[in-house]
Write a protein that binds this ligand. Structure first.
Ligand SMILES: Cc1cc2nc3c(=O)[nH]c(=O)nc-3n(C[C@H](O)[C@H](O)[C@H](O)COP(=O)(O)OP(=O)(O)OC[C@H]3O[C@@H](n4cnc5c(N)ncnc54)[C@H](O)[C@@H]3O)c2cc1C
Length: 153
């Protein structure tokens, strides 16, 4: 998406640093969830307090060390990124409708989507309604393995 919409300028790749205030917590994490992340292929480096200070000299010395993720990226503007994607979509013939999908019904061929005032037919449908995707999919017999927590879907 970044490539085809030319939005590279909105994403930075400077890594991410997580810090631990307590040495024991840091050691537990290295044997626990951080180890698990590494085993699942996440690229991460453990840094002691001195190494963190070398990396971030302006940081106060309140911590016992931390973990650096060199491969992470972040956007400097979530809104700008969404707008760039939306522009790319409409510039290539896409149409944006602002409405609520009430239900999805398979047809042969295709699929129909009931909105608040109309029902539209499509050849294919991508459902990306976040945590509400599950609700739209359940009547179709699709059990989506999705767990949501506050702030995380
Ligand atoms: C406070 C907060 C901070 C977060 N911080 C981070 C972070 O720093 N980094 C990170 O990676 N993630 C973060 N997350 C998690 C991240 O926002 C979600 O994982 C991500 O937004 C999920 O994207 P999504 O497109 O699947 O769903 P969503 O972003 O939830 O988008 C779903 C969209 O579908 C729409 N929708 C729902 N139902 C319907 C319907 N029936 N009809 C039409 N439209 C519908 C919704 O209105 C919404 O616009 C944060 C979340 C929160 C709440």
């Amino acid at each position: 998406m970044l490539k085809i919409s030319g939005a590279h300028d909105l994403v930075k790749a400077q890594g991410c640093l997580g810090l631990f205030a307590d040495q024991q917590d840091f050691e537990n994490a290295q044997q626990g969830d951080l180890l698990e992340r590494r085993q699942q292929g996440v690229n991460l480096e453990f840094l002691n307090a001195g190494q963190v200070a070398d990396l971030e000299p302006d940081l106060a010395a309140f911590h016992a060390g931390g973990v650096f993720y060199p491969d992470t990226r972040f956007t400097v503007s979530p809104l700008g990124l969404c707008r760039r994607y939306a522009e790319h979509f409409t510039n290539n013939g896409g149409k944006i409708l602002r409405d609520q999908a009430l239900s999805v019904t398979p047809k042969i061929p295709g699929v129909s989507v009931k909105l608040t005032d109309e029902t539209l037919d499509f050849d294919h449908l991508v459902i990306c309604a976040g945590v509400a995707s599950k609700e739209l999919l359940t009547p179709l017999g699709v059990k989506m393995p999705m767990v949501s927590e506050r702030g995380i879907t």
